[in-house]
Each structure stands twice: as structure tokens, then as C-alpha cells.
Design a protein around this ligand. Structure first.
Ligand code: AMP
Ligand code: TRP
Length: 334
């Protein structure tokens, strides 16, 4: 018995990082047996900041390849890219007319991404969360696995669902639950434990890319910032030690144990020995995924056919839901 329907997405806006893997993609894989899962490559979200067209085609395939290489099975789950299913954009327009300016003005990610020059940000960047709500609700998805940074957007999705239901007088959309789990829901930069590991950080040493080779992974971990103290004895002692906290969180997530267990395993140890073990573990877990991605990218026809098949299956779910919405709103259809 399925516990519900899952939707989640990753933007093809650069190289995927260990943060995307541990915070999102790995969890996607684990949910496949219990839920009906729809995993999207959100190319329409990506163009809210400039993307070179050839590069966008490449990274769209690369995110799909990462899904497949990580273990998402297209026989069980739907994998597709957003722009192939028109229902997302259609529902997003309706949500542009449901969500309030004040709600979107509170979104911290917009403020971060638009920076100081807000007047020059694309309008799409501002209404980005409405499209995200449409992605989820056009399938009436009940659960959304994401990293911690997406929490606020999911709260907005719930607000939109509730306002739509209220305005049109019907309990139509579900109030979606976020699924944020694992020991690394917010993986931090290797150069600064107080900022998020991100595709867009100018320093490549700040992150582990999902496609990094073994030597690069090991070098980046060896160079990762730490502090002068030995490793802590308890999780509480991690307070004020963001780099130690982050590296132990990564260790825990990669070995599938809790942070408490990871802290206990290295209590009082030196960073040098721990880093060596962490590098070996990261290589053991990540290198096979990178290898499989390279293999898939060598023959992208297979990836493209997975996306086309997924888009047709996604469309078949979304279309009837969108038709009902159109009727509720008062749009005539032939
Ligand atoms: P994005 O790369 O912004 O499209 O993010 C795709 C997914 O990866 C979302 O669920 C994010 O919450 C998650 N994610 C991105 N960066 C991190 C990170 N540093 N730690 C944990 N999860 C992350
Ligand atoms: N905004 C998400 C991110 O940057 C990506 C995304 C788009 C998404 N649509 C979604 C995630 C729907 C979950 C559900 O990480």
C-alpha cells in the first residue's frame, strides 16, 4: 500500500553537490518503495537566473543521470523535466493570482538570490515559489522530500493550497507535508561551516561535486576547514564548532548512522585521522555514482527517453487535476 504521493525537484543550474545528494536525492531513492514518486528536473526554475542554453540541456541530462545513477528506478518512479509537462506553468499562473505579494516578500531565498540589485532580478525569481507550489499540487502530492533550505517554500505551498481551497469552497488540494530527514539535511561549505554548501559558491573547494573524481574528493576533505580542538565527546560539545559539526554530520549521513553515533566513534580523536577515514568513505560512496553518471552521459539517448516517458506519465496524472482546477476557477474548456 502506498503511503501517498511524493513530488520533488532539483534545479539543473550547475553541478550537483554532496548537499544535493545527502539532503535530497538519496532520500528520494529510499522513498520509492513506500510512496508513488515523481521526481522532476526543474528546468523552468533554473532559468529564473540566466542559463546558457547548451549548458542547460547538458545539466538537465546530468541531473537526470544523477537520479538514475543514485538508484531512482524509472520503472517504479516517474523521472522527467518540468518544461515537458505544460500543466506546471498553467497552474503556476493561477497560483500567481492566489498568492499575495506580502507572502512572497517574506521569502528569504529571493532576498539572497536577488541580492542588492532587486530591481534587476527577473520577475520569475520572485514568483519562483508559486511555480514550486504548482509543481507539487498539480499532482496533489502529499509529501515532499527536500533539504532544510526549502522549508519556507513548502510553507508557502501549504498557504496557497489552503487559500485556493478556501476561495473556491472545496477541500481540493492536500496540505503537503515536508519530509526532511537524515543526518545531513543542511550540508555546509567545506571552507566555512556557517554557509551552505552550494553549486553557486565561487570556490570549488567549498563543495564536493557529485562528479568529482576520487583524488579531488580526498584533496577537498583534507583541505576542509577545521578548528584546533580535538573532536568532541558529545553532540552538545559541537555547539560553536560548525566545521566539526558539518564533517561529523557528513560522516553520519554517509555511514547511515546518527550524529550521536558518529560523535561517539571519534570522540577525542584528531581531525587528521578522522579526515582520512571520511575521505575514504566519501570516495567509496560517491565514486560509483560518478562512474555510472559518466556512463549514462556517454549515451544520452537513454536519459532522453527516460525523460520523455516520464513526462508522458506525469502529464497523464496532472492533466485531469488541472482540468478540475479550470472548472473550479470558471475557465471554459471545449
Ligand atoms: P537545488 O540545488 O537548489 O535545486 O536543491 C535541490 C535539493 O537539494 C533541495 O531539496 C535542497 O533542499 C537540497 N539541497 C541543496 N543544497 C543542500 C545542502 N547544502 N544541504 C542539504 N540539502 C541541500
Ligand atoms: N526550489 C527547489 C530547490 O531549489 C527545487 C524545486 C522546484 C522543488 N520545485 C520543487 C523541490 C517542488 C520540491 C518540490 O531546491
Amino acid at each position: 500500500m502506498s503511503k501517498g504521493r511524493i513530488f520533488s525537484g532539483v534545479q539543473p543550474s550547475g553541478r550537483l553537490t554532496l548537499g544535493n545528494y545527502l539532503g535530497a536525492i538519496r532520500n528520494f531513492v529510499r522513498l520509492q518503495d513506500d510512496y508513488e514518486c515523481i521526481y522532476c528536473v526543474v528546468d523552468m526554475h533554473a532559468i529564473t537566473v540566466w542559463q546558457d542554453p547548451a549548458e542547460l540541456r547538458h545539466t538537465t541530462r546530468e541531473v537526470a543521470a544523477a537520479y538514475l545513477a543514485s538508484g531512482i528506478d524509472p520503472a517504479k518512479s516517474i523521472i522527467f523535466n518540468q518544461s515537458q509537462v505544460g500543466a506546471h506553468a498553467e497552474l503556476a499562473w493561477i497560483f500567481n493570482c492566489v498568492a499575495r505579494m506580502g507572502w512572497l516578500n517574506r521569502m528569504t531565498q529571493f532576498k539572497e538570490k536577488a541580492g542588492k540589485n532587486r530591481e534587476n532580478a527577473a520577475v520569475g525569481l520572485f514568483v519562483y515559489p508559486n511555480l514550486m507550489a504548482a509543481d507539487i499540487l498539480v499532482y496533489k502530492a502529499t509529501h515532499v522530500p527536500v533539504g532544510e533550505d526549502q522549508k519556507q517554500h513548502l510553507e508557502l505551498c501549504r498557504d496557497i493550497a489552503q487559500k485556493f481551497n478556501h476561495d473556491y469552497g472545496q477541500e481540493f488540494f492536500p496540505v503537503t507535508e515536508p519530509l526532511i530527514f537524515g543526518a545531513a539535511t543542511r550540508v555546509m561549505s567545506l571552507r566555512d561551516g556557517t554557509s551552505k554548501m552550494s553549486k553557486s559558491d565561487p570556490s570549488d573547494n567549498s563543495r564536493i561535486n557529485i562528479t568529482d573524481d576520487s583524488d579531488t574528493i580526498a584533496r577537498k576533505i583534507r583541505k576542509a576547514k577545521t578548528d584546533p580542538e580535538p573532536l568532541p565527546e558529545t553532540v552538545k560539545d559541537l555547539e560553536g564548532r560548525p566545521e566539526a559539526d558539518n564533517l561529523l554530520g557528513i560522516w553520519a549521513a554517509l555511514s547511515d548512522i546518527t550524529k550521536e553515533e558518529a560523535v561517539a566513534a571519534f570522540a577525542g580523536g584528531q581531525f587528521s585521522g578522522f579526515k582520512q577515514e571520511l575521505a575514504d568513505l566519501a570516495v567509496a560512496r560517491m565514486a560509483p555514482i560518478a562512474d555510472e553518471m559518466r556512463h549514462l552521459m556517454d549515451a544520452p539517448d537513454h536519459v532522453d527517453s527516460v525523460l520523455a516517458d516520464g513526462a508522458a506519465r506525469a502529464d497523464a496524472i496532472a492533466r485531469p487535476i488541472l482540468d478540475e482546477v479550470k472548472d473550479m476557477v470558471g475557465f471554459l474548456r471545449g
